[in-house]
Design a binder for this molecule. Structure first.
Ligand code: PEP
Length: 252
């Protein structure tokens, strides 16, 4: 199973800036990309096509959409469909990111609708889950993760190809804070997520990738990526510069 090294550029970068960083990444990484690594970038919508076009030239690189709506088309001002993302060259879609849950108010059920709809429309989907600091302090980590997984995957077909569905564990308190979860916290959460996925999908859940996200940097990535059940990372701040994200992609 290839490790999925994913960058979330959030609401940063114009078209030109995104394309320049995509080119930089290829320059730093493409010739040295190990067999067991895959690179994925979620640019802002306006730059998905630019980044996807640049990545066409590099094996193992793909682009994705940070969000999408649950309809093929229609009167949904401001929204974008999975088909439109695919038309722009996106291979992946992201659902349930903590900023969409906690800043934009998305609820578990809506995240679940997006996840199953994106898969049904031919996107590979990365579903993000994670507890807040209050939930961790209140010993609710497992309860929150289980709820977010079960509702988030409620309508996903049992026939889903395991390589098409990944889950990113991103403790909310570690996102953009510089406070990375400790190895034990990560390993425990990932083992729990795997267990729940197996209870839903059976053995093939062992082939689904579990990503860790939350203040991953070039100097902590090697340790994180070596943990059991960590099959990749989802990186925000440290993915914005080509050099820093290439170090993460190549970390061992
Ligand atoms: C993220 O946005 O998914 C994320 C993990 O951000 P950061 O790496 O900046 O904590």
């Amino acid at each position: 199973m290839k490790k999925l090294m994913a960058a979330n550029w959030k609401m940063f970068k114009t078209w030109d800036e995104a394309c320049a960083t995509a080119r930089e990444l290829i320059e730093f990484v493409a010739d040295n990309l190990p067999e067991d690594r895959e690179v994925l970038v979620f640019p802002p919508f306006t730059a998905v096509k630019g980044v996807a076009e640049i990545f066409k030239a590099a094996e193992g690189f793909s682009a994705g959409g940070q969000d999408y709506y649950i309809k093929e088309e229609g009167a949904f001002t401001g929204e974008i469909s999975p088909a439109m993302l695919r038309d722009a060259g996106a291979v992946y879609g992201l659902t349930g990111h903590s900023e969409r849950r906690h800043v934009l108010g998305e609820q578990d059920a809506f995240v679940g609708e997006k996840t199953s709809f994106g898969l049904a429309c031919g996107l590979k989907v990365v579903l993000c889950i994670g507890e807040t600091i209050d939930e961790r302090r209140g010993n609710k980590v497992e309860e929150v993760l289980e709820r977010q997984i079960r509702i988030g995957l409620k309508d996903v077909s049992a026939e889903v190809a395991p390589e098409d569905l990944s889950v990113a564990y991103e403790p909310v308190w570690a996102i953009g804070t510089g406070e990375v979860a400790g190895p034990e916290e990560i390993a425990e959460a990932h083992a729990f997520v795997r267990k729940i996925l197996i209870s839903i999908f059976g053995d093939k859940a062992n082939e689904m990738r579990l990503l860790y996200g939350g203040s991953v940097k070039p100097d902590n990535c090697a340790e994180i990526i070596a943990l059991d059940n960590v099959d990749g990372v989802l990186v925000g701040g440290a993915s914005l510069q080509g050099e820093s994200f290439s170090k993460i992609v190549l970390a061992r």
